[in-house]
Design a binder for this molecule. Structure first.
Ligand SMILES: Cc1cc2nc3c(=O)[nH]c(=O)nc-3n(C[C@H](O)[C@H](O)[C@H](O)COP(=O)(O)OP(=O)(O)OC[C@H]3O[C@@H](n4cnc5c(N)ncnc54)[C@H](O)[C@@H]3O)c2cc1C
Length: 410
């Protein structure tokens, strides 16, 4: 890459730790990730597990493992804003986050279990998850219900003796294939007059009787496998002990909200990393693709306009997300509810635009699998849908603004 992201990081957020760590992560990616990433995404993910395991061990040896975890937990001890900047850099490779064990959905599950799981679950599931010995998934969305209104959950977990008995159908459970547990969101108190107190989060070990991974859902022709997949799963009288409850019974929505705040910062910064890589490829192509004698693509004004617009949008996106992360860290997620909504749809759209323009500049090459652009185009179209579709975030932000002007909503 001609101009790596950390050179563009705003000084406002560059702490001593970030300055020290970014070049180390960058060097590691240069040596271990960029040379192999195309081969890894070109074949079924399991075929690369052994190779990736070796590289993950090196990340541990170099003390770059799990940058979001504290040093006591074997991590690099970065704050949310510091990690966000590392996350951008890791986002420049499709295997960046995985190599350092800070990939979704495991990172969200680590944060959830760390803050809300009973000690026994922490020992049995959180510790190996933080060590990278196992993986996990998060099962909330259901094919029969509109995921943008999660209050409509149909999956139930009914108490019977010392167990919960879970029944339900989920999909888009990212990385279910090969996971050692899932955290399922299920209705435990359907009669509660407050719909926000009806659901709970429960840890289900895998394999488990009554739990079935039905298939990996194909995404634009690619079903993927292992960490790079989205599972459709069914719970049929699946029993787990009541002690597998995470947090308090009925607190599922509150936990989901808490999980999503930092989660959106993580996603957005990863997307900005993808933008930087796509931008770099676009500029390289514009500067070297000859249209005629002494005439290159980059001499065309339309291409220059795209490059200028993409540059400005990526820079704006970064500032917005880092400011949100910083405020969240200092004032809590509630205080930046509107900003969290704003970054989600703003950055997802910057990502869509930059990837699309980068592909367009590559011409036919852009839609082949000979560059990594097509992989991201296929798998990141979902960015405008997951973690709440754009429209839902826009409506939420607009309502919050209009309420301040005295408008009421029923
Ligand atoms: C790549 C990917 C990974 C995912 N990973 C996970 C995971 O690990 N675990 C998990 O539980 N779920 C996961 N999901 C599911 C995701 O959270 C849902 O897809 C999302 O919440 C939207 O729900 P839905 O697909 O049911 O869309 P619907 O709720 O059916 O909405 C469809 C469309 O309607 C529009 N819309 C919805 N509500 C409104 C409104 N109020 N006003 C205007 N327009 C509206 C939006 O354009 C939306 O895209 C993932 C999804 C994707 C694409």
């Amino acid at each position: 890459m001609a101009d790596l992201p950390f050179k563009k990081m705003t000084h406002t957020f560059l702490t001593g730790k970030v300055k020290a760590f970014l070049p180390l992560y960058q060097q590691f990616l240069k040596e271990e990730a960029y040379p192999i990433e195309s081969a890894v995404i070109a074949k079924p993910f399991r075929q690369s597990l052994q190779l990736l395991k070796g590289i993950r061990s090196k990340a541990k040896e170099k003390k770059l493992w799990a940058p979001h975890l504290s040093e006591n937990e074997g991590g690099a001890g970065l704050s949310l804003t510091e990690f966000a900047q590392v996350s951008e850099l890791l986002g420049t490779s499709p295997i960046g986050h995985y190599l350092f064990n800070c990939q979704a959905p495991d990172i969200g599950n680590m944060e959830l279990l760390r803050a809300h799981a009973p000690e026994e679950l922490k020992k049995k599931f959180l510790a190996p998850l933080m060590d990278g010995d196992i993986r996990s998934c998060f099962a909330m969305t259901e094919p029969e219900m509109a995921g943008s209104n999660p209050l409509q959950l149909a999956t139930t977990a009914i108490r019977e003796g010392n167990d919960f008995v879970i029944n339900g159908h989920k999909w888009f459970t990212t990385a279910a294939d090969g996971s050692s547990f899932t955290i399922v969101m299920a209705v435990t108190d359907p009669q509660n007059s407050n719909p926000y107190l009806r659901a709970s989060m429960i840890l289900v070990p895998i394999p488990r009787r009554g739990y079935e991974l039905m298939r990996n859902v194909p995404i634009m022709g690619d079903a993927g496998e292992d960490h790079q997949s989205h599972g459709e799963i069914r719970f049929t009288n699946c029993r787990v002990p009541i002690s597998n409850l995470i947090g308090e019974e009925g607190n599922g929505f509150a936990l989901a909200q808490a999980r999503l705040g930092p989660g959106r910062v993580h996603h957005c910064m990863r997307w900005i990393g993808i933008c930087e890589r796509a931008f770099d490829l676009m500029c390289q192509r514009a500067a070297t693709r000859k249209l005629g004698d002494h005439r290159y693509l980059g001499h065309q004004q339309i291409i220059q306009v795209w490059i200028a617009e993409c540059r400005a949008e990526i820079n704006a996106a970064r500032l917005l997300v880092l400011q949100t992360a910083y405020e969240m860290e200092h004032s809590g997620a509630k205080a930046v509810k509107d900003e969290i909504a704003a970054i989600k749809f703003f950055v997802a759209n910057v990502l869509s635009t930059v990837l699309d323009k980068a592909i367009q500049v590559h011409g036919a090459l852009g839609i082949t699998d000979d560059t990594i652009l097509s992989f991201w185009y296929r798998h990141e179209r979902g960015a405008r849908i997951y973690d709440g579709p754009d429209e839902v975030h826009k409506i939420s932000l607009a309502k919050s603004i209009l309420k301040k002007y005295g408008l009421t909503f029923h």
